[in-house]
Design a protein around this ligand. Structure first.
Ligand code: DOR
Ligand code: ZN
Length: 346
């Protein structure tokens, strides 16, 4: 039997939702992860520091007894976000980052940014005070093919923004293309990227060949195999600019299994087991700790967690629940398409 000890991991991109779904899913994250960057795309979104404080209180109230977990709160950037409120949020220690959704890019993003000029005063303030911007890096222009949206975003939005505000720290979230990986690698400072568990495992064939698989649909949508391989190489390289953000995004099954299904894959339950499998396949188990537990805290100026976790490769296949029941309905758990033998044992 093989075992691996690593620092307790963190999730640098997580959707917890609210109410009954929050209550149903939070334990899957807090069982393994010490901290997570919490996405603000609720309905209505978390736009002010006061909204974030109230949401944090609801998250802590939903935490299972005996679990310790630190939600790192974010604000949803709008064209009306007040720079003073953002600065207060950072000073108080509540706000770890601000999230940019181009309007219409994904779930509950219609209140996001259309005219980037209007967001400049906040972005300038963030550059000044050292508050990172987390970016959903896709353009929403209808003429741009959905598989090209990340590359076009880098060229037409992100690179010009970073040239204008080189001091702004930008986390490019859920990178899905070799263009994103190359862009991050080409930057000398103030740019890092998160990679999800599922984008290391599935490509677009998995979504579309032999029937449409709604539980593999997320945004940014998985790309062709060459891109998946570029993500794998970056994640398993140990490069400090790449770290785990699961983008675990629960939607109850009826919202995914319908004529116009929601984007989002629920991976919190088995992420660490899937990652151990992936890193072992690529002969990179020694880099898993950097990806899941060290590079993220270093980027956000935090200490890594002091506690360790142990992963064990068992002889028998590890069984995970196919669904997580919540008070709002069942949420399907990510099926990696391979048998899992690794498990977190403590
Ligand atoms: O697949 C996704 N689901 N991508 C996102 O950007 C948002 C998320 C959600 O909130 O469901
Ligand atoms: Zn997300």
């Amino acid at each position: 039997m093989k075992t691996l000890q690593i620092r307790r991991p963190d999730d640098w991109h997580l959707h917890l939702r609210d109410g009954a779904v929050l209550e149903g899913v939070i334990g899957d994250t807090s069982r393994h992860f010490a901290r997570a960057i919490i996405m603000p795309n609720l309905v209505p979104p978390v736009v002010t520091t006061a909204d974030a404080a109230a949401y944090r209180t609801r998250i802590m109230a939903a935490l299972p007894k005996g679990h310790r977990f630190e939600p790192l709160m974010t604000l949803y950037l709008t064209e009306h976000t007040n720079p003073d409120d953002v600065e207060e949020g950072k000073k108080s220690g509540l706000i770890t980052a601000v999230k940019l959704y181009p309007a219409g890019a994904t779930t509950n993003s219609h209140g996001g940014v259309r005219d980037f000029e209007k967001a400049m005063p906040v972005l300038e303030r963030m550059a000044k005070i050292g508050l990172p911007l987390c970016v959903h890096g896709e353009v929403t222009t209808p003429e741009v093919d959905i598989f090209d949206r990340e590359a076009v975003f880098i060229e037409t939005v992100l690179d010009p923004l970073r040239k204008r505000l080189p001091e702004l720290k930008v986390t490019m979230e859920h990178v899905t293309t070799s263009d994103g990986i190359d862009y991050i690698k080409s930057s000398k400072a103030n740019l890092a990227g998160t990679i999800t568990t599922h984008h290391l495992i599935i490509n677009r064939n998995d979504i579309l060949v032999g029937g449409i698989r709604p539980h593999y649909y997320c945004l940014p949508v998985a790309k062709r195999e060459s891109h998946r391989l570029a993500l794998r190489a970056a994640a398993t390289s140990g490069d400090h600019r790449f770290f785990l953000g699961t983008d675990s995004a629960p939607h109850v099954d009826p919202l995914k299994e319908c004529a116009c299904g929601c984007a989002g894959i629920y991976t919190s339950v088995n992420t660490m087991s899937c990652l151990a499998h992936v890193f072992e396949q690529d002969n990179a188990l020694d880099k898993l700790e950097a990806f899941a537990s060290l590079n993220g805290p270093a980027w956000y100026g935090l200490q890594p967690n002091a506690e360790m976790i142990t992963l064990e490769k068992q002889d028998a296949q590890v069984e995970f629940p196919a669904k997580r029941d919540t008070g709002a309905g069942a949420v399907t758990v990510f099926d990696p398409g391979f048998q899992i033998f690794w498990n977190v044992v403590d």
